[in-house]
Design a protein around this ligand. Sequence first.
Ligand code: SAM
Length: 378
Amino acid sequence: MAVNASKQQIQVPHDRSLTRADCGNIGRATRRGAGLKLQLARRVQSGISNILRTNEYRTLPGDFQEKNGHNPEFMDEPEPEHGHESVMLAETIEALAVRPGAVVVDCTVGRGGHSVAVAAALGPEGKLIGLDADPRNIEYARTRLQTAGCPVHLFNANFSELDLVLREVGIPQVDALLADLGLSTNQFLTPDYGMSFSEQGPLDMRIDPRTRLTASQIVNRFGERELADLLYHLSDERFSRRIARKIVEARKVSPIKSTSDLAELVRSAVPSTGAGRAGTRIDPATRTFMALRMKVNEEVENLSRLLEVAPGHLKPGGRMAVISFHSVEDRAVKQAFRFAEQTGLLKVVTKKPLSPSDLETARNPRARSAKLRVAEKT
Ligand SMILES: C[S@@+](CC[C@H](N)C(=O)[O-])C[C@H]1O[C@@H](n2cnc3c(N)ncnc32)[C@H](O)[C@@H]1O
């Protein structure tokens, strides 16, 4: 496929998966040709980036008790069918106002649960475009969506590359867009992703194997101060300095290789009783693992980029729904929607976020902290 960026033809292979090099080439050429984006987009972006950079970006301590998948309480839950149980499924379909014949983007296809339901609502005249940064999940969903009732275009792509994906399919504006943030349960539970501190696994944490930075590189190469700052800023870890010191001391003896080695180190670095620990059921390694995962997968930057570009890809009246699992993300979504409303780009549909019903959280405790926010293009 040839993409016209900056009057320069960029060839993109027809195999549906955009490579990083393709994206880089198109992105650079587009930036050269188009210059800076609309003032409006910049204002929204700078607002979001500020939120994400400052203290407001810190998670509230209580969040971790309900953090999807990283709570030992949830680790004991059986792995659901398809590796993940979709959260707030009926509410999401309703919120997106999916109607037959529409075009919908699922930015986080995962194991395909939301996508299957969206495709059923779209009917044969509709179209589903799906993205996921994890090639394993997108392949699983591809199989599951083979019998979908509408044409489906799946991409192993990051949602920060939404512009490029929509250019590839030749549909600049869509009727609805969904992002169900975070990780799927199978990613937390499968040891070789390296996300789980209750299983022995490599210190990897990449959902996309094309990502260059791994958790091992951070843990074994970052300076003590850099490590401590990362833990403090990304997960509000109050023992960040102690943990960083312990990591640096341990790796002088031998590299830290596995998730369980790291989890043990962190546990040994923090006091077993006292402020912040007494009475908690949360594993002391929780925040460290979360901060590393966020850094490795550039979660802040990618969400920021998605929130910046998504409204521009909605048709008037089109809807955007975002499900988040902790206050960091929820606040970013809320602020982005608010900025976009102030600038006349979106109308916020959910003044307060929707939460899962008691019935759903009883059946699926992992859904407990989900928040669904919806906005409509004006
Ligand atoms: C909570 S799961 C989605 C589950 C899905 N809605 C379902 O019903 O099966 C989140 C998915 O988003 C993907 N993901 C996370 N960050 C991403 C990003 N920046 N770009 C694309 N996919 C991403 C993860 O790999 C994971 O598969």
